[in-house]
Design a protein around this ligand. Structure first.
Ligand code: FPP
Ligand code: MG
Length: 298
């Protein structure tokens, strides 16, 4: 996709402006992701100088948050490649995250006030979301409200802000696009949580069924806990490395209780709500972005 290359070039230019050789070397070590936020911004605001800058800013903030998250999660892979904390060390990952994050904010301060406010406010939510996520892995969480509040802040807030800011640049209805982005983000995180259970480690680029081992009670586990007969057994497997028999038992229970199926349905219905929010905007690609995201392989 040619447009995404424009964003990558803009990120490189921003990092070059920092005049630091090591930062450029480190930038090269980052594996590129799907760039969902950039795709979204460009579909709403088109491809122009301001929209490309906004994409680069948002991608740099996202990359910075992942550089910090990999330290917090002690992850040694990111997108199927060695993470910066694994290649170098935790200090490097945090410090390079800080470079990307602060340069992004320098550039954000030069943009439209409302865009700057919307994006910077989302980064506060993102940071709070990460704290909530860490707190929720302490003990077995059974609250849907806490789960939704956490995924809204950790994942959906920046997607919401991307869509809203793109709408501001395009002179369109900010609220409609914010709602679209929020629901897209919530559905995106829920599908990620579902894929952790349904996909193998090769496809995921990280060990499969890791969330529960790491203490994350995601939507399929919340539904499962509510429905499973042997709750004590499920609780006893929480935060433990799983044997093949144990992970097969969880998967079977996920199927027989329809916990997995209903999680997919909840994600899909959020997807439909997102599309509903922008139905009068005459932008077919917003429907495409949503359905491409929902129809990732379950
Ligand atoms: C990945 O979650 C983490 C995030 C989406 C947000 C992380 C946010 C911060 C560390 C705070 C903000 C910091 C800065 C510098 C802006 P995950 O661990 O559930 O997903 P994963 O499997 O991709 O790691
Ligand atoms: Mg992580």
């Amino acid at each position: 996709m040619e447009e995404l290359q424009l964003v990558k070039n803009q990120i490189k230019t921003f990092v070059e402006e920092c005049k630091d050789e090591k930062s450029l070397v480190l930038l090269d070590k980052l594996a590129t992701g799907k760039m969902l936020r950039s795709k979204l911004i460009m579909k709403i605001a088109g491809i122009n100088e301001e929209s490309i800058k906004l994409c680069a800013i948002v991608e740099m903030i996202h990359a910075a948050s992942l550089l910090h998250d990999d330290v917090i999660d002690e992850a040694d892979t990111r997108r199927g490649q060695a993470s910066v904390n694994a290649l170098y060390d935790n200090k490097t990952s945090i410090m390079f995250g800080d470079v990307l994050y602060s340069k992004a904010f320098t550039e954000l301060s030069q943009m439209n006030r409302d865009v700057a406010y919307t994006v910077s406010n989302a980064v506060t939510l993102l940071s709070i979301g990460e704290m909530l996520d860490v707190d929720l892995t302490e003990t077995f969480n059974t609250s849907y409200d806490k789960y939704f509040d956490m995924i809204y802040k950790k994942t959906a807030s920046l997607i919401e802000a991307s869509a809203a800011s793109a709408a501001i640049l395009a002179g369109r209805d900010k609220e409609k696009y914010a709602l679209y982005g929020k629901n897209l983000g919530l559905a995106f995180q829920m599908i990620d949580d579902i894929l952790d259970i349904t996909q193998d480690s090769q496809t995921l680029g990280k060990p499969a069924m890791l969330d529960f081992v790491e203490g994350k009670v995601t939507i399929p586990y919340l539904l499962l806990h509510e429905r499973v007969e042997d709750k004590v057994k499920l609780e006893s497997l929480y935060k433990k490395p799983l044997t093949d028999t144990e992970s097969s038992w969880i998967k079977e229970q996920m199927l027989s209780t329809k916990a997995l199926e209903d999680s997919v349905n909840q994600a899909k219905s959020l997807g439909l709500e997102a599309i509903e929010a922008v139905k009068d905007e005459d932008n077919e690609s917003l429907v495409q972005i949503m359905s491409a995201m929902i129809h990732r392989d379950f």
